[in-house]
Every structure is written in structure tokens, then in C-alpha cells.
Ligand binder design. Structure first.
Ligand code: SF4
Ligand SMILES: [Zn+2]
Length: 143
């Protein structure tokens, strides 16, 4: 594992964001892929203990997406970091970005049931601010 990734994952906020992301992907996978074989995530962040005892249980496809997202979060140049959906940098590859958006559309509204009410409110407020700045009425779906 790259030392730089390990160093970034030592940051409290990076760990927290990565755990949140893992939980959201877990909600998505459980809700959409319950017919698949799902196993505890094996990844660089998981090896570092980032997920503590809450390692997401995922199918292979979701695990691959989360491994990609772990790296994006670790090396995110934004500080403070916005929600990725509202970022003007968009460091994700286009297909990964599209996957994350549809994952968030599913998991976002359900996240309050999993202890993420505050994150959901923050996301909604930031989405409103983003739409205002972009001069849109909210017709675009956010994630
Ligand atoms: S999309 Fe933006 S906020 Fe998200 S990880 Fe990339 S640079 Fe950071
Ligand atoms: Zn899945």
C-alpha cells in the first residue's frame, strides 16, 4: 500500500468521510444486490482499520466502486471538501461519477434510517446552495 494513502487515511476527517461512504455503498448494495454473494470489503482502507467493526458487506461490483472512491477521497484536493456531487473539480472518471450519483440517489434518502440524518440535512442544504449558485431551479437531480 502506498505510504501516501496510509498517511492521508490517518486524518480524522478523511477516515470519517470514508466510513460514511462505505456505509452508503453498503445501504445501496443491500437494497439492490441482495441476490448476489456479498462479503466484507477487502480494500486498502479496510486493512488500515478505517471501517472499525463496521466493514461494509458488498458484492464484487460495489466493492470495486468503493475501492476506487476510497482513493479519490484520500487524495481529494478540496479542503473543506464539498459533497462530490457539488464539486467543481470532479476528479472521478465519468462512469464512476455516474455510478456514485445513482448510488447516492438510492442511499441518501435511506441514510437517516442508518444514523445519517445530519449528513442528509447537510447534503440537502449544500444542494440548495449549489443550485442557487448554478442558477438552476433544482430540475437536476443531485447525489
Ligand atoms: S469529486 Fe471533488 S470533492 Fe469529490 S473527491 Fe474529487 S475533488 Fe474531492
Ligand atoms: Zn452490490
Amino acid at each position: 500500500m502506498a505510504e501516501k494513502f496510509q498517511a492521508r487515511m490517518a486524518d480524522k476527517q478523511v477516515r470519517k468521510d470514508t466510513r460514511t461512504l462505505g456505509d452508503f455503498v453498503g445501504i445501496y448494495c443491500k437494497g439492490n444486490h441482495s441476490d448476489r454473494v456479498r462479503t466484507p470489503l477487502v480494500s486498502d482502507a479496510a486493512v488500515l482499520g478505517v471501517y472499525d467493526s463496521g466493514t461494509p458487506v458488498l458484492c464484487d461490483e460495489c466493492a470495486e466502486h468503493l475501492r476506487y472512491a476510497e482513493k479519490r477521497r484520500a487524495f481529494c484536493p478540496k479542503d473543506p471538501k464539498p459533497f462530490c456531487a457539488h464539486c467543481d473539480t470532479h476528479c472521478y472518471k465519468s462512469d464512476e461519477r455516474a455510478w456514485q450519483q445513482q448510488m447516492m440517489r438510492f442511499s441518501g434518502p435511506r441514510s437517516a434510517l442508518h444514523g445519517y440524518a445530519i449528513e442528509g440535512i447537510k447534503h440537502a442544504l449544500e444542494a440548495r446552495k449549489y443550485r442557487k449558485q448554478a442558477g438552476t431551479s433544482g430540475a437536476r437531480k443531485e447525489s
